[in-house]
Design a protein. Sequence first.
Length: 372
Amino acid sequence: MVSHLNAASCPLLVVKVGSSLLVEPDGRVRRGWIETLVADIAARHSAGQRIIIVSSGAIALGARRLGLEKGGRASLSDAQASASVGQIILSGLWAGLLEAKGLTAAQMLVTLDDLEDRRRYLNIAATLDRLLGAGAVPVINENDSVATQEIRFGDNDRLAARVAQAAGASEVVLLSDVDGLYDRNPADPEAQIVPQVKRIDGKIRAMVAGGSSSGMGSGGMESKLDAADIATRAGIGLAIASGLRDHPLAALDADAAATWFAPREGANARKAWLGGRLTVKGRILVDAGAVSALGNGSSLLPAGAVSVQGDFRRGDVVDVVGPDGDVLARGLSEYDAAEALLICGKRSGELAAILGTVPRSVLVHRDQLVLL
């Protein structure tokens, strides 16, 4: 089951570490456990595998140092202040432990907007490539000290998947306080872990109870499924595994319990970036004919559109919504929302008279669209 995690088949691995694994409920660092994880990372690095760490814990660490209640999450300003203090502690912790194993840590703080903007996304990819080529171990966290409620990832699960996309990783391992996805509420004695998921559909989503069991982080199983969807759409495998044991990566090598999400075949880098975006500016509602055409690989034509929602501009990301209300595709709009509304349901020959200009023939081009 885990042979694909070795250096030969997985030259670059992203490991996300949850807050509850790094920090005790009282805010103390779980240093002994982290040392076992670093030992695993060092062993893999020696074998030729490169590792990126996506680390939570800054808010919890900073809140303890500042004496703030509710783990620093009583308000956005408390979280930002806690992160400012905690990032120094967290980066120092990782740098010291990695250095003890002969490895160089490199800190990167990013926001959602950094990975949603195509140019900054590519800049992050270039920086990661250079760091990994130089033998460093990037340690990445969301920049909670400046992120606002509107632009935050809200958890590091999805951040890890987006980073894996940018870096071109082969696999992602989400280490958390759960050992995988269960077929029902894990509190149910009949609950069984789901060992492998080939596709995330409504049945898989229905298994999610939601919420962070530790109460310390901001993610839950729903965010882990979102992360798996982002990663697998980019052709990257993902595992949800427990970090409540020492040497958690070595445990995976020994076939410890986990849920593995299979990567999709035929992934396209740009379309994976589109499909994984978390901020969407608007929606284009389409008819059944458009649904069929899109399924056959066509662009979205004005004739198939019924209406638009939102205030988007040309080049913004929009969702394409079918008659049943389900989001079936995501892409870059060729028109502003006001223009798109004017030409909904119109044939190509009618567009010039309506817009008064030489029109673009599609609302969303197939090269800038990904089916969800």
